[in-house]
Design a protein around this ligand. Sequence first.
Ligand SMILES: NC(=O)C1=CN([C@@H]2O[C@H](COP(=O)(O)OP(=O)(O)OC[C@H]3O[C@@H](n4cnc5c(N)ncnc54)[C@H](OP(=O)(O)O)[C@@H]3O)[C@@H](O)[C@H]2O)C=CC1
Ligand SMILES: [Cu+2]
Length: 764
Amino acid sequence: MDLSAAGKPTERQAHVGPRCHFGLSPAGQVTWAKTRSTALTQYLVECFVHRRYLHSLCQSVALSADRLSSMSTEVKPESVSLCPLGTAAAPEQELLCIFGTGDFGRSLGQRLLQSGYRLVYGSRRPHSCGPLPQGAQVMSHVAAAQSASVILLCIHREHYGFLDKLAPQLEGKVLVDVSNNLKMNLYPEANAEYLQRLIPGAHVVKAFNTLSAWALQNGPSDANRQVYLCGNSAEAKQAVTEMATKLGFSVLDRGSLSAARELEDFPLQLFPEWRLPLRLAVGFIVPLYLYLLIRDIVYSYVNQGKDISFRLMVSLPNTVFPIVSLIMLALCYLPGVIAAFFQLYRGTKYKRFPDWLDRWMLCRKQLGLLALGLASLHVLYSFIIPIRYYVRFRISKNTISQIKENRTSEFETTVAWWSDSFYAMGMLGYGLFVVLGITSLPSVSNALSWKEFSFIQSKLGYLTLFFCTFHTYLYGWNKFLRPDYYKWYTPPAYMLSLVVPSVVLVLKLLLLLPCVDRRLTRIHEVTAAAADADSMCRKSSRYTVDNKKTFSSLSLFSDLSGSMFTFPLQTNRAHVRLNTSRDDFGALTVCHRSFTDLKRDHILFSLAIPSNANGFLIFWDDTNKEMEIHIKEKKAEYYGLDYKPNMWHSVCTTWNSESGLVQLWFDGKPSIRKLVTVGSHISGRMIIMIGQEQDSHGGGFDIKQSFVGMMSDVHMWDYVLSPCEIQRYTDDINYTPGNVLNWRALEFQIFDNVVIEDKLMTCH
Ligand SMILES: NC(=O)C1=CN([C@@H]2O[C@H](COP(=O)(O)OP(=O)(O)OC[C@H]3O[C@@H](n4cnc5c(N)ncnc54)[C@H](OP(=O)(O)O)[C@@H]3O)[C@@H](O)[C@H]2O)C=CC1
Ligand SMILES: [Cu+2]
């Protein structure tokens, strides 16, 4: 890929090939540099010593390829402008181009200038466009496109049409698409994909669209600091990542351009996870309020002729809020209990729950936080009770009448007990509720181990529910059986609120019965689960469990950096399922590291689709000493690999349906490219696993093809990784993690005897 400035295509092209070679075998380059610049030499030597700089070197060379090309003839200290060492000469600012001088273009331009970039605008009216940030130049689109290698398109998608005329100038450039639409699904394809189709020769990156012009103007401290990006070219994404980082944003790579639609939908969504809980809250509050209105206010008016409508303001809300809060808190725990009964009934934890239960589980956090909000309102409303006019009036009236009638009332210990217990339960319940709310915030929950998190959310959660329910029972303690409380034969509202929490608590008690609990524990304890939970908890700082997913499909979601799966036994059961929601691939790269001493055929990676068990397979054929890559019906065989036992091997396999070519990178060394399946995608529901080879979709295991040994760093991308990226993966230095399977955020299920362990096997 060529990221250099336009104008010298042939010279630039000459640098495309050696660019990475330049980074990865620095010795020769050091001599080259010595003759030219001491600063550069020092940089290269440093880079060689600290191999982690190789990546940045690669990038800096990529970005200043144009400048480097001229360096081969003369010394230009500024060509090391991106060098991380302070010893380099004053950096030359990089030139960027923005198309469109509208709101977003101007705001983004301002930030880029503030961050030290040089800027040129491309406009339809270069001489008459509005005020632009100071220091920026403005030119015609053609001239501006020629001057920079990264072009940010700050124009609406509807106007992209004119770009096809600029195709020659945009060839090989990075085009950053920032556009959003007014509505979801307005166009059949995402804006960024449309742009890529218009200019196939450019490298389109979708980025910045989730920021607003306003946020950009207000600086990073006020802005939403996250920039999401996606694109098909790793180098182009790297260039945009560096730019966004320089602007003060943190960057999240969402994968290939096919994720653009998702990014474009982001700004159009209004609190998607909150929708159901909010609807529920409103759905409870409104009818309950009406119910109370009729039972209290209308009833008094009709039966006793009293106007107590003032109660609409404080008394009624202060009854509705705690009731709805308690019901919603109980609804957070009900799905967990239902799920446990499902598992008891089915006798396994590996079957999926019905969709409605999954959806319900996924919004528990929002349900809980809304319930906490309503409980907090109840606390606030209760604080003002003593200062209410109505209450003060009642107290003084009572006192005066006692004086007048010369009456005294006796102190009743039972009433004192009741009232203190009632308040104590309420306060304890609320206190724990706040703890639950705080620990559900990502920043807090990330700092907790899985055990701590589940202790708080489960054990303390049930305790909270118990306190709050008991608080409500105490509220009604002597009113349950008094007929005058059943106005118009309707039960008081607080009684309605007790139904769901009581059911949840009773069901939970049933689950705690020793015989039921034992059975449930057995279901949960399927072999390795205990071992892996334990080993992962020891690395608690890194181990986070997405509790939604764990509780629903009971798959784990974890950062496995520094860990490996150990397959300790030869069986036809042990395997790890790697989950992805993707169901269509036109290209892919799979990288993994394995360690084994098997002297027979064995599987390394198995992806099956319903129509083909060998959808994508990496298999060692020991008889012929060859690595086989199967893609649907076809296979490619690779001979002459140095596949030694008892050592780690890094294997990357790339395939692209357009060319149909497959390539194997064994320990960083490329194979020849071989033709397999052309034109047809791998599509359908994917079942991906390591440890066993699938002869049918999700099954058909053969013990003689199973894997015994260790497996680590499994990543999968939906595009062909560049040689540079593969080299970085092999060296384990700063590579882009997989966007389909990511070892650092892997969703997986362990079956049978597989253990998660620390990868470190030698002592340093
Ligand atoms: N505003 C915001 O907060 C955000 C905007 N975006 C995206 O940024 C892009 C720009 O938005 P914004 O700046 O608000 O829009 P504006 O309408 O303010 O500006 C759009 C610019 O596009 C250029 N333009 C207009 N018509 C044409 C045409 N027919 N052919 C070529 N160029 C044209 C014009 O620049 P000139 O006259 O110089 O040619 C114009 O200033 C949009 O895609 C939007 O979705 C994304 C996130 C937030
Ligand atoms: Cu209360």
